[in-house]
Write a protein that binds this ligand. Structure first.
Ligand SMILES: Nc1ncnc2c1ncn2[C@@H]1O[C@H](COP(=O)(O)OP(=O)(O)OP(=O)(O)O)[C@@H](O)[C@H]1O
Ligand SMILES: [Mg+2]
Length: 639
């Protein structure tokens, strides 16, 4: 009867939290479809299989603080047997007093020692309680630090594709947001050991006097365990389903409060729009959370009642046994204490266990996240990149589509960059210029065809070594909110503290003129995120980024829109210095500005996934093809 009721209650709760919800916004609706695809089924097997994720995490705990784990566990074992020992000593003391009062027997010669022992045990327990909380704090801190750095390290190794896959991004977000919270699991494991030993020792004590009483107490606690575990799973399912919506909310929150978006939000009057959208999402999540909490409450009241019946039923039985003279007053005291302690202990064991199962479900994300390995990586025994490059770079029938997208961005492309040659890549928006750079730098591998460096496939080279030979400034380069020196130094981290090389790079790219105007020069923090930071204009940031690329002692320079934000004078200066800057290097330049493109030895025109034209500026203009048309359009707008 009870299991059927439980089953019905569980189904009711499940259908209400898992049912269709309306986030009210279109994007969220799309995501809803995605969520439902990946929605976990609330199966017991899955709950139990999640427990398999615990050992790897325990290994992490062990790695970060073995001594704290050992000492903490020992202290817990000692603390856990204190209650039964106390009750046992109390029983002897009370029975001795009882006999002394009623039958005038002498107190046992150990009597006062037993009283002292009781004091000592109580003192020890209190003291160890403090020590345990100290160990918990230390372990929690070490574990959080360890997990946070591991997550950062692992995230930095992953393929770029991973960052563009919303489902994986959700997983990463859950791992990141909840991974460090798993410290609770560690504390719970400790508590489980303590509660378990405590409950078992008290249960043995009860079983010693009445085995049936023990069975009765356990039976009363089992439903609570099942209920707790079930709700833990529902909580996880709900949290799982809510991740995309939470990510949306986080995005809206950041968008609504960031410096980058403030200008536009203000002028377009987007505040209420964003707030409204946030509210729709948060109201829906709130409704779901409260719904689950309410059902948990109703269920919890019912289960607690069962536990209480168990406790008072057992207590009543012991009182009856004492009244009929089957138990002594000392035994009554022991059993009353033991029943209270054991039923609370057994309940705690079950609750903690289901809490651990709950935590284990969250661990699934963390452990799965760590299990994802980058696919773009160096082969064992990979080659070192050639220095100097002798034959150059060649794209051979390279085709490419972004993962999860069938559209071919590049189709059967063939191109060469000779050693020491400076090639420009031009083409209209979205033709795949930046994509060529991503392939050349092995952020992605081609879907078909090969990219060769000195006749050898890029995949044969050691990745880190290959990256050392390439200096790239992407169209959307990073504004590091760090000092000027660091902003340039990140281009070659070995030189991050070499002021001479940093300064030389800055002078070459005209960043020096920007830096001279800053109050703290090279030590000036940039950006407005941190106190004392100074923001730069778009062109000034670009000059700093150029210095970063030049600092890298790379053989291939890739500049995606390097002069887009530079003014006419600065662009002209870069133009004049260009051959000096790229001396002895290969360069790939991408630009919409023909004044920049002219710096190149050879120009490639990218259109519809292939190279439509190539040659030198004058020749291409004379040919009157696509290049000439684009050049004419730009030139005409200046006239
Ligand atoms: N991560 C991605 N996932 C899916 N499609 C993408 C991704 N990045 C770019 N694309 C698509 O690939 C095409 C080529 O993009 P790419 O950034 O290479 O163009 P581009 O030539 O550099 O354009 P622009 O001149 O605007 O910089 C675009 O149509 C774009 O929509
Ligand atoms: Mg681009």
């Amino acid at each position: 009867m009870v299991p059927r009721m439980l089953y019905r209650l569980c189904r009711m709760v499940r259908s209400s939290v898992g049912g269709g919800y309306l986030f009210g916004v279109k994007i969220a609706m799309d995501e809803k479809a995605q969520i439902q695809k990946s929605k976990p089924e609330a199966k017991w097997s899955e709950r139990l299989s999640a427990l398999r994720k615990i050992p790897p995490v325990l290994r992490m705990v062990w790695t970060c603080a073995p001594e704290v784990v050992v000492l903490g566990s020992l202290a817990r074992v000692v603390v856990s047997v204190v209650p039964v020992s106390l009750l046992w000593v109390t029983r002897i003391i009370i029975d001795a007093i009882d006999r002394h009062i009623w039958y005038h027997t002498a107190l046992p010669h150990m009597f006062w020692w037993l009283v002292a022992l009781e004091f000592a045990l109580a003192g020890l327990s209190a003291m160890l309680g403090r020590v345990l909380s100290y160990f918990d704090t230390v372990l929690a801190d070490k574990f959080t630090r360890h997990i946070s750095t591991r997550i950062m390290e692992h995230a930095s190794r992953l393929d770029l594709t991973r960052y563009e896959d919303p489902l994986f991004y959700d997983k990463m977000e859950r791992a990141r947001a909840q991974g460090t919270d798993r410290v609770m699991l560690v504390q719970m494991m400790g508590r489980l050991i303590q509660d378990f030993i405590g409950a078992v020792s008290l249960a043995i004590g009860i079983g010693f006097f009445s085995p049936w009483l023990l069975v009765f107490l356990i039976v009363c606690v089992v439903p609570a365990f099942l209920g707790e575990t079930h709700f833990a799973f529902l909580g996880y399912s709900l949290s799982f389903e809510q991740t995309p919506a939470r990510r949306q909310m986080e995005y809206l929150r950041i968008l609504g409060g960031s410096r980058e978006s403030a200008k536009e939000l203000k002028l377009f009057g987007l505040g209420p729009f964003l707030v409204g959208r946030y509210k729709v999402l948060s109201d829906e999540l709130h409704r779901q959370n409260v719904g689950l909490a309410r059902r948990k409450l109703i269920f919890g009241v019912f289960l607690t009642l069962l536990g209480t019946i168990g406790y008072y039923g057992g207590y009543g039985f012991v009182i009856y046994q004492t009244v009929i003279g089957a138990l002594t007053i000392g035994q009554l005291t022991f059993l009353a204490g033991a029943i209270a302690g054991a039923s609370a202990g057994i309940q705690a064991v079950f609750t903690t266990f289901s809490g651990i199962a709950d935590q284990a479900l969250f661990l699934t994300d963390l452990v799965d996240f760590f299990a994802v390995e980058p696919t773009i990586r160096s082969k064992p025994g990979a080659l070192v990149a050639p220095r100097p490059i002798r034959q150059g770079i060649e794209f051979k029938n390279v085709s490419f589509s972004y993962p999860g997208n069938r559209r071919k961005i590049l189709s059967g492309i063939n191109l060469r960059i000779e050693p020491q040659e400076r090639v420009a890549l031009v083409g209209e928006n979205g033709q795949g210029k930046t994509t060529v750079v991503k392939l050349l730098t092995r952020l992605y591998d081609p879907t078909e065809g090969q990219i060769l460096l000195d006749g050898v496939d890029l995949r044969e080279y050691n990745l880190e070594d290959l990256w050392k030979e390439i200096g790239v400034i992407f169209q959307d380069f990073v504004h590091y909110e760090m000092t000027v020196s660091e902003n340039i130094g990140v281009g070659r981290i070995e030189d991050a503290h070499n002021p001479f090389r940093i300064r030389a790079a800055a002078i070459k790219t005209f960043a020096e003129s920007v830096i001279q105007k800053l109050p703290k020069g090279y030590d000036q923090p940039l950006g407005c995120r941190f106190e004392g930071g100074v923001d730069l204009s778009g062109g000034e940031w670009q000059k700093i980024a150029l210095a970063r690329a030049y600092l890298r002692d790379a053989q291939l320079l890739v500049l995606d829109e390097p002069t887009a934000a530079l003014d006419a004078r600065a662009e002209n200066e870069v133009f004049e210095r260009f051959s000096e800057l790229t001396k002895g290097k290969m360069a790939l330049l991408i630009s919409h500005r023909f004044s920049t493109v002219r710096m190149a030895d050879r120009i490639l025109v990218l259109q519809k996934g292939g190279i439509a034209e190539q040659g030198q500026h004058d020749q291409l203009v004379k040919d009157g093809g696509l290049y000439a048309e684009m050049f004419e359009l730009q030139a005409a707008s200046y006239r």
